[in-house]
Write a protein that binds this ligand. Sequence first.
Ligand SMILES: NC(=O)c1ccc[n+]([C@@H]2O[C@H](COP(=O)([O-])OP(=O)(O)OC[C@H]3O[C@@H](n4cnc5c(N)ncnc54)[C@H](O)[C@@H]3O)[C@@H](O)[C@H]2O)c1
Ligand SMILES: O=c1ccn([C@@H]2O[C@H](COP(=O)(O)OP(=O)(O)O[C@H]3O[C@H](CO)[C@@H](O)[C@H](O)[C@H]3O)[C@@H](O)[C@H]2O)c(=O)[nH]1
Length: 453
Amino acid sequence: MKIAMIGAGYVGLTTGACLSRFGNSVCCVDINQARVDSLRAGNIPIYEPGLSDLIKANVDAGRLTFSSSAETAVADADLVFLAVGTPPLPDGDTDLQFILGAVDAVAPHMRSDAVLVVKSTVPTGAAQLVRKRAVAARGGRAVSVASNPEFLREGSALEDFMAPDRVVIGADDGVAEDRLRRLYAPLADLTTLLVTSTANAELIKYAANAFLALKIGFINDIADLCEATGGDCAAVSKGIGLDSRIGEAFLRPGPGFGGSCFPKDTRSLAATGRRYGAPQPLVEALVERNLERQVAIGRRLSAVLGAGSRVTVLGAAFKAGTDDLRESPALAIVDALLEDGHTVHIHDPKAREVGERLVTGAKWSSSPYEAAAGADAVVVATEWPEFAALDFERLARMMSGRLIFDLRNIVDRNAALAEGFTLHSVGQRPQGPVRRPRSGGRAAMADLAASPL
Ligand SMILES: NC(=O)c1ccc[n+]([C@@H]2O[C@H](COP(=O)([O-])OP(=O)(O)OC[C@H]3O[C@@H](n4cnc5c(N)ncnc54)[C@H](O)[C@@H]3O)[C@@H](O)[C@H]2O)c1
Ligand SMILES: O=c1ccn([C@@H]2O[C@H](COP(=O)(O)OP(=O)(O)O[C@H]3O[C@H](CO)[C@@H](O)[C@H](O)[C@H]3O)[C@@H](O)[C@H]2O)c(=O)[nH]1
């Protein structure tokens, strides 16, 4: 089939590349000319494992192209996907300006039998709005509109797309349903295909993200309780996760959830609830708690460090496997540390280029060890695998202090303790010898006991 993918960001590029791998002819369109030029020159503007090779293979095979002209790209397309951003408005509701702008750009030029598919995450009712807008832009000619929400995660986007738990097709007419069933047929034996209304498909996407975010918010609160009572949240997560009704996924405590989806989508779901007079108090509370947590963790670190410490933050991206800094808890913690007067050095294996432009006031380094030279404390803020394999002997030689704050519970605990570090993990009381950082810090046993993470 011929596909136009409007929006060549994380979702558009990944989805476009994967669909071209099925043998479809895909044109990814973006209004950002620099992005299109870069893609045409073979430079992929985002980091996503495997994406660069997949794009290259499909471009070489003649199945994947890039354009800034929506008009040309949609002219002979069977399916036109909208994968543009849906950012939050100040009240948390979703800003549909990019969706509606894209509809205006594509609708007049689509074939009469083409299907317009909303892949972006949009509040319930948006597909109907898109349909009305498209019909108006086409001078009254009808158009088939479908909703096909995306569930991929950054950092594992290709595997998630190629082996999804389910594919949700929201279709209010047979043409849209048949076309999308055909499109996803190559995944049919791998997945559960759920065909429902556009309104349900839209609700499923928000409900899924909010439910996963609630699991994280819940375990983060339990982690605080474990720290206060002397429990170990890793054991608690395992113990509850083994119940198949609960499941082990998304029970890792940390610095709060971030990224371009959970924070914005929970706010949007809450806003939709308010708009329809069906309040979502659990989700409202979750949104608040998550913001509070990021700030609180920064403050708790500060309380242990004392004034004017030198702190190394390992990881800036909101999770491992991506260079995406949107709503990253690591950056909220960096901000809190800078505000409290600490000197901050950051290392992230992939996010430095974007990060250096975004975070002023901190110094960026090209390796964890360079970043840790002379530091009083190291904070592991993103779960990059290299941080799970830190060489503590080397760190001990380079650092001034002996404090590790492991906000992802990934460091090699025994290796850290053996080198004389005091280790603060999430959901556990601090472990190891308590030592004063050599410069600037004023950590004491009482402070540490009173200030678990
Ligand atoms: N990032 C994820 O992991 C993820 C996963 C599932 C769903 N989603 C949803 O998918 C949507 C896109 O997210 P993203 O992270 O890919 O966003 P993004 O910001 O990375 O990319 C969006 C792209 O759309 C382009 N664009 C905007 N208006 C356009 C227009 N009229 N024509 C052509 N291009 C246009 C922008 O220039 C940008 O490159 C959002 O609704 C998001 O909530 C994201
Ligand atoms: O046990 C966990 C799992 C995740 N996180 C955090 O939660 C956030 C989101 O992580 P993840 O869900 O892995 O990444 P995303 O790429 O944001 O993917 C989510 O958001 C996408 C956009 O809607 C959806 O498509 C995906 O299904 C959904 O998982 C990150 O800050 C993680 O560090 C935790 O703190 N603990």
